[in-house]
Write a protein that binds this ligand. Structure first.
Ligand SMILES: Cc1cc2nc3c(=O)[nH]c(=O)nc-3n(C[C@H](O)[C@H](O)[C@H](O)COP(=O)(O)O)c2cc1C
Length: 279
């Protein structure tokens, strides 16, 4: 499955497919199962400093729990992506710094969650976003990723420029493609006039490779992953399919993606990233 090998934020990953933060990634046993089941990166559930019992979607045991698991996996050479939440700028910086010290390879800032948005309002303006992400950037060495809210109103070109200047290497964007989209995958052509098809596609068109993009949402098959790559994703994350199917979903999707790349004559997934055109 060499066709799906990529680098993301400068980190070599054996697959462009990884789990999404949250599903099947909150408990040590789940994380170890993911790490053993798939050759790509493993993404941790979002964590804050001391753990949360609510809201339900952010229940976690706190950053030290995840730093400890990183301590087991890092010596095995497993690339770890950690995810950060918090209720203050200070907490977000402290959690990111702890994960950085634990040796994770990439840190996702999950500022998109409602709970975090209500507490720190990171997307109130570009200045506010620069303030909070800039503080994290100043305290950690690891490449950074930012999860965007699906309905973000800040101008994409300016968000990209902010990322370049910090720098923040990766944006996690919604793979919110229209349900009725008609695409010839092999020819990489979508039916209809040129337009932005999803948040992934919007940010690809704004960034043109200057910032890397991870697609999250609705990736359930190799075909979904292939299409997300065509619209500009450098990597894809899988959430709900893991809940339905367990850790095996990742290798299934990776294998299906690899097979499609082979069938359409591509030696690497990088050849198709952002290559979609319109008929
Ligand atoms: C049960 C559950 C827990 C989640 N927890 C988190 C989380 O801790 N951090 C995060 O960034 N996203 C979290 N998410 C969102 C997922 O990472 C992902 O963005 C979402 O499930 C969409 O992908 P999917 O369509 O493949 O499910 C969670 C989603 C679910 C269903």
């Amino acid at each position: 499955m060499e066709r799906t090998v990529i680098t993301l934020g400068g980190v070599l990953l054996n697959s462009s497919v990884m789990n999404a933060s949250g599903p099947h990634s909150a408990e040590r046993a789940e994380i170890l199962e993911l790490a053993n089941a798939h050759r790509g990166a493993v993404v941790f559930k979002s964590c804050n400093q001391f753990g949360l019992d609510a809201p339900d979607n952010l229940k976690n045991r706190g950053v030290e729990y995840f730093a400890d698991i990183a301590g087991d996996l890092v010596p095995r050479g497993k690339p770890i992506v950690a995810s950060v939440v918090g209720e203050t700028d200070d907490e977000i910086v402290r959690v990111a710094a702890t994960l950085d010290l634990a040796g994770v390879k990439l840190i996702e800032l999950n500022l998109a969650d409602d709970f975090v948005q209500k507490a720190v309002n990171p997307f109130a303006s570009l200045e506010r976003l620069r303030q909070i992400v800039g503080r994290v950037r100043g305290e950690v060495q690891t490449p950074l990723a930012l999860k965007l809210p699906p309905k973000l109103e800040l101008p994409p070109a300016e968000v990209v420029e902010l990322c370049r200047s910090l720098p923040l290497q990766v944006l996690l964007c919604a793979n919110d493609l229209p349900k009725d989209l008609e695409v010839d995958l092999k020819a990489a052509i979508a039916k209809g006039p040129e337009r932005a098809l999803s948040q992934v596609h919007t940010y690809r068109r704004a960034a043109m490779g200057a910032v890397e993009i991870v697609a999250v949402g609705g990736i359930n098959s190799g075909r979904d992953a292939y299409l997300a790559h065509l619209t500009g994703a450098n990597a894809v994350q899988v959430g709900s399919a893991l809940i339905k199917e367990g850790a095996g979903a990742l290798t299934r999707i990776d294998t299906e993606l690899d097979d499609l790349l082979g069938e359409y004559g591509h030696a690497s997934v990088n050849e198709i990233v952002g290559s979609l055109r319109f008929s």
